[in-house]
Design a protein around this ligand. Structure first.
Ligand SMILES: [Zn+2]
Length: 543
């Protein structure tokens, strides 16, 4: 038994915001023992104690991430002697360092949001190699011929539902993501722009129809995490209209909108690029069934990794360094484009401000999530700096003072005085993500919860406070002490099993054999292939 003694507990789920103790036995938080002494007592005085943090959208494994690693060897630790001190080289960008750096910041669960079904096994092998943290993956659907044909032929809702269920179960997914629905298919037919009501050439279905069909299937299957939507027109000036239209279209059922910073743009001003964050935030505030993550950008070198191939094909013209990979398959393909966000670039500064405005203008901390869309907006190691910008008005105004005024004038950031509290940070990084993903066993400090816990030494400098946890506990084991990893247990993959209909699998057999000379069994991620006794942890679906 481990005793965390005399810390300041912040747990909005159990209404804890004050001094208290925690006891851990095995993998769980337990009631105070009567008369029994703990094997280990950790003095937490002067520290804030929260549940382990959960990142709902971070590209940490799977085919595209690996391609990015292969494209950018200069960003690996081994190449540090010749790399400049860029953000990516600091994070190492390899599987081992990914798990360690998350744990050092007190994160214990991370979701990879873009697993191609055809890469399922590869993604799981790679995720399994990331130590310490638990992982989940969202399977990407919405551009494949089989689904588009079901929709064009106006097949029953149950056929679509069975197909979605089949893909989720075979690939070992925690949920479903749709990326620029239909655009990858349209891209292969030479489309270079694609919006909500555009039709996929040769398929006779619109982006809107694909999104709604997937949203309905995910909801009816009882998958806890609602459809995770990457809208059309990412990065395009004026695209706030697209995000707002998609929120309107999906109204009535829960929907999650990914990295909305990249959709917070208007077309005002001489350069035709401005912040529309206030409009997006206003809509989110009104629509209680909408959740968003921000996808904050931070200045520095990064690499964009996206299965929005149509978008990445355009972005390749802005790659820094000048190299890129664009590929396409039946499902979404992938686009790897290195990029450097500059604090003197007009557009990048507006983007930075849009992200912060969204954070500060969305009222309900249960419905807005911390992401940098790692590594698209910035590496996840930028979170502590981001917390500081939101928790401390002075830090924010210092940052603003150093940026070009012409860019900031196109945003409303300077006029916002809000400062996040510790309780809000705990909601946004622990309680709310657990609820959004259906993970009842974590995100709080109640009895019976999984003992995933982060202890931070209280400091004025919030970035310093959250950069290195004093202690991180994962599944009851102390994995970090004084900001350094001392143990690296293996994490598990969180999966849902909505129950697949067998009729669809026979049909898919025929289709994949005839069309590709493959069996759909190649989507199947077999636990035995991962070489672990117990690699999956099942998350219950709503009944
Ligand atoms: Zn993403």
């Amino acid at each position: 038994m481990i005793h965390l003694k005399g810390g300041y507990l912040v747990d909005p789920v159990n209404r804890l915001d004050g001094p208290g103790d925690l006891w851990i036995e095995g993998e769980h938080i337990v009631a105070p023992p009567s008369g029994r002494l703990a094997a280990e007592t950790i003095d937490c005085s002067g520290c804030v104690v929260m549940a382990g943090a959960i990142d709902i959208h971070s590209h940490i494994g799977g085919g595209s991430v690996n391609t990015a690693r292969l494209l950018l060897p200069e960003q690996h630790p081994a190449a540090l002697w010749r790399a400049s001190d860029t953000a990516l080289s600091r994070i190492g960008f390899d599987v081992e360092t990914t798990g360690r750096l998350y744990a050092e910041m007190g994160f214990t669960t991370v979701v990879e949001p873009a697993m191609m079904p055809s890469n399922g096994l590869h993604a799981h092998l790679e995720l399994a190699d990331i130590p310490i943290i638990d992982k989940g993956a969202l399977v990407v659907l919405g551009n494949e011929d089989f689904l588009l044909t079901l929709l064009r032929e106006k097949e029953s809702r149950s056929a679509v539902r069975d197909y979605v269920s089949y893909m989720v179960e075979s690939t070992g997914a925690l949920g479903v993501k749709v990326i620029n629905a239909g655009a990858s298919a349209a891209f292969k037919a030479n489309a270079r722009t694609f919006s909500l009501d555009d039709e996929v050439p040769g398929h006779g279905v619109t982006s809107r129809q694909i999104v709604l069909a997937l949203q309905q299937a995910v909801d009816e299957l009882g998958i806890p995490h609602p459809l995770h939507i990457h809208c059309n027109n990412l990065g395009v000036p004026g695209n706030a209209d697209t995000a707002l239209a998609t929120m309107e279209a999906t109204s009535g059922r829960a929907a999650h909108f990914a990295h909305v910073q990249f959709y917070g743009y208007g077309k005002e001003g001489r350069r035709g690029f401005s912040s529309a964050a206030a409009r997006v935030a206003e809509q989110v505030n009104r629509r209680k069934d909408v959740t968003v993550d921000v996808g904050q950008i931070m200045f520095g070198q990064t690499v964009t990794i996206s299965s929005d191939t149509l978008r990445q094909f355009t972005a390749r013209n802005f790659s820094r360094p000048r190299k890129w990979v664009i590929s396409e398959t039946d499902f979404n393909g992938s686009g790897i484009v290195p990029y450097r966000y500059s604090s003197s670039d007009f557009y990048n500064v507006v983007q930075w401000a849009v992200g912060l405005e969204l954070f500060l203008l969305i009222d309900d901390p249960w419905r807005v999530f911390f992401t940098t869309d790692h590594p698209n907006g910035a590496p996840f190691t930028a979170y502590p700096e981001l917390f500081a910008l939101l928790m401390d008005r002075q830090v924010r105004s210092n940052a603003i003072a150093a940026l070009p005024k012409r860019a900031l004038a196109m945003t409303g950031l300077a006029s916002i005085g809000r400062e996040y509290t510790l309780a809000e940070i705990a909601i946004m990084t622990r309680a709310a993500p657990a609820r959004l993903l259906g993970l009842a066993d974590r995100g709080h400090l109640g009895r019976g919860a999984r003992a995933d816990i982060a202890v931070y030494r209280r400091r004025e400098d919030k970035a310093e406070m959250f950069r290195h946890a004093a202690v991180t506990v994962k599944g009851g084991a102390i994995v970090v002490r004084d900001g350094t990893v001392i143990a690296r247990p293996e994490g598990r993959a969180l999966v849902v099993k909505p129950g697949a209909g067998s009729a669809i699998s026979r049909r898919m057999e025929r289709y994949y054999d005839t069309t590709f000379g493959l069996s759909p069994r190649f989507f199947h991620v077999d636990a035995a292939a991962l070489g672990r006794s117990d690699p999956f942890l099942e998350v219950a679906c709503r009944s």
